[in-house]
Write a protein that binds this ligand. Structure first.
Ligand SMILES: C[S@@+](CC[C@H](N)C(=O)[O-])C[C@H]1O[C@@H](n2cnc3c(N)ncnc32)[C@H](O)[C@@H]1O
Length: 291
């Protein structure tokens, strides 16, 4: 994890980037899938990292919820009375509200920087999050906030964070496409977009980072997964979806490709590669009963 970070700049650029660029395109570009298979796949992933079923409770939070993927899936699962999506980007959360309304479920939203979570001490049963820790100036400080708001015995589960391998893989595979898109913009007389991505994606994670972040929690589980899915998704499918995403047939074909890659990862790469070579790191834990 980096420490040379200008916290205000990182938070501000994340808010702007997700408001101005990602909100409109995120679900299509990322192939967010609320079909029954898509929901089962995500619940299965959360439960695999938790090491057991998602227990029923009163309040669940989805941190860095963006367009609401995990919040919506938890709400549809129906094991919590309230599900709240927290994010610094108002326009990402507006998409979450639209998707929840379309799918007929209830998700509350809170626009907030995660440094201070707008919830009482010991008031939350479950905290989930996907692909958000790598955007935070200080993920260790966030974990202290998570511990504060969880009730004793309450659990957290975070998925979709990049390892060093995952980050290098994604950046290398994306580089030719990014160069092509930039060149086409310039040739068409449009200004090249100057987003400072090293202030948006600020961390990659190792096992020892995960250990530091889970200090003070019990039942900690660390899982590293993914190789082929990550490579093809980041290097190819994300860009293909920009062109054909939203078309029913294309979406079905792309989902089929992803399912085949996930199968290959679970059956082969996750088993044979050392954890340091896998692309995504995932973490779960609990607030100790006596803590
Ligand atoms: C890559 S998106 C992930 C969205 C969603 N969790 C998913 O997996 O589809 C990261 C999200 O984190 C949010 N974010 C980044 N920094 C944040 C901060 N300091 N506080 C709250 N949200 C933040 C961004 O606005 C964005 O919506």
């Amino acid at each position: 994890m980096r420490t040379d970070i200008d916290a205000l700049k990182v938070i501000d650029l994340n808010r702007k980037f997700h408001d101005e660029v990602e909100a409109e395109q995120y679900d299509t570009r990322m192939g967010v899938d609320y079909s029954s298979e898509g929901r089962e796949r995500l619940v299965g992933e959360l439960e695999r990292v938790l090491g057991g079923p998602i227990e029923p409770g009163t309040l669940a939070l989805d941190l860095g919820s963006g367009t609401g993927k995990l919040a919506i899936i938890l709400s549809l699962l129906g094991r919590h009375e309230r599900v709240v999506a927290v994010d610094v980007s108002e326009r990402m959360l507006a998409q979450a509200e639209r998707s929840a309304a379309r799918l007929g479920c209830r998700v509350e939203t809170r626009v907030s920087d995660m440094a201070v979570l707008p919830f009482e001490d010991r008031s939350v049963d479950l905290v989930v999050g996907s692909a958000f820790l790598h955007h935070l100036p200080d993920p260790v400080a966030l974990m202290k906030e998570v511990r504060r708001v969880l009730r004793p015995g309450g659990r957290f589960v975070f998925v979709g964070e990049p390892s060093r391998t995952g980050h290098v893989m994604a950046e290398t595979l994306k580089a030719p496409w990014v160069a092509l898109v930039r060149t086409l913009r310039v040739l068409r007389g449009r200004p090249a977009r100057g987003w400072e991505h090293d202030h948006i994606d600020v961390h990659t994670f190792t096992t020892s980072d995960m250990r530091r972040m889970s200090e003070g929690f019990s039942d900690v589980r660390f899982v590293a997964e993914g190789f082929a899915d990550h490579a093809v998704e980041q290097g190819f499918l994300v860009l293909v979806r920009r062109v054909v995403g939203g078309n029913r047939v294309a979406d079905a074909v792309l989902d089929g490709i992803r399912n085949a890659l996930l199968f290959l990862d679970h059956r082969f790469f996750d088993r044979v590669l050392p954890p340091g070579m896998l692309a995504c790191v995932k973490l779960s834990g609990a607030r100790p009963l006596d803590g």
